[in-house]
Design a protein around this ligand. Structure first.
Ligand code: SF4
Length: 273
């Protein structure tokens, strides 16, 4: 990967059907041994949403081991595999402590990715981080349609709450924008659907609006294809054809999607990517 990643939690209560991180949870549980009190019928698959492992020592380990020279200018991204502002963060304040630890450094490239409005709680620390580092906060949002989202993301925060958090970050001068991901073929990839996202993002003051198509690795495939069958049966054949046994939708689709995103960015006045 062209970046370093830091995930304060293993597992994610938001439980999105297309999430690619479920398998890593299985491996981590195996390494950690069975957590006490784990329900017998709770498979590692379900455990991803129910048994959240908390890396309590992460801020101390970060302070002890982070060597800016080793990053060599690469971005340190918080929240690449699990959401750093999922509900557990209210209790553990672990992501906040990681951010506070990063205040001891300077001149890094730091990214934060989240679907949660809880990120706005840390506006104070993020503002200080932005003064010391090159910071970007990515508010991840696949659609402005709350009902549609509920069919594919079990417990993710409502779109308006995420957009409100984005607006709050921007009012505080924090570099933040929209991460439109994953873009789901036939479900969230139409011009009007993407335009609605860009428009609301712009109104919230987003600096950027990036997007990337669904990747169907083994975990995402096992979680998402049953949802397509149940919720969007008319698309089953299209998904079989488009993805087959592959992880990507194919270069023709990805090129066309990026063209659409570029045109929309221009139309809504986003500069750069
Ligand atoms: S919020 Fe992100 S990490 Fe959490 S389940 Fe959804 S896709 Fe996975």
């Amino acid at each position: 990967m062209g970046f370093w990643s830091l995930n304060p939690y293993v597992g994610c209560e938001f439980g999105c059907s297309y999430c690619y991180a479920r398998r890593t949870h299985e491996w981590t549980l195996e390494r950690a041994g069975e957590p006490e009190g784990r329900a017998e019928d709770s498979s590692a698959w379900e455990a991803f949403e129910r048994e959240i492992l908390v890396k309590q020592a992460a801020p101390d380990v970060l302070l002890r081991t982070l060597d800016p020279a080793r990053l060599a200018g690469a971005e340190l991204v918080i929240g690449t595999a699990t959401d750093p502002y999922q509900p557990a963060e209210r209790k553990f304040l672990l992501t906040r402590r990681v951010l506070l630890a990063l205040l001891r450094f300077e001149g890094l490239r730091i990214g934060v990715i989240t679907k949660s409005p809880l990120v706005a709680r840390d506006t104070d620390v993020l503002g200080r981080l932005a003064e010391r580092h090159r910071l970007e906060v990515n508010i991840s949002l696949a659609s402005v349609d709350a009902e549609l989202l509920r069919r594919i993301e079990a417990r993710s925060p409502a779109p308006h709450a995420r957009l409100r958090a984005l607006a709050r970050l921007r009012r505080a001068g924090i570099p933040a924008g929209l991460l439109i991901a994953p873009i789901l073929p036939g479900i969230t990839d139409s011009w009007p659907a993407l335009a609605a996202l860009m428009e609301t993002g712009r109104q919230a003051g987003a600096l950027f609006a990036r997007g990337s198509p669904l990747r169907l690795g083994p975990a995402a495939r096992a979680g998402f294809l049953p949802v397509v069958e149940r919720e969007f049966p008319e698309l089953v054949a299209r998904y079989r054809m488009r993805y087959g046994g592959k992880e990507h939708a194919g270069p023709d689709y990805e090129r066309a999607l990026q063209r659409r995103l570029r045109s929309l960015r221009e139309a809504f006045g986003f500069v750069g990517v």
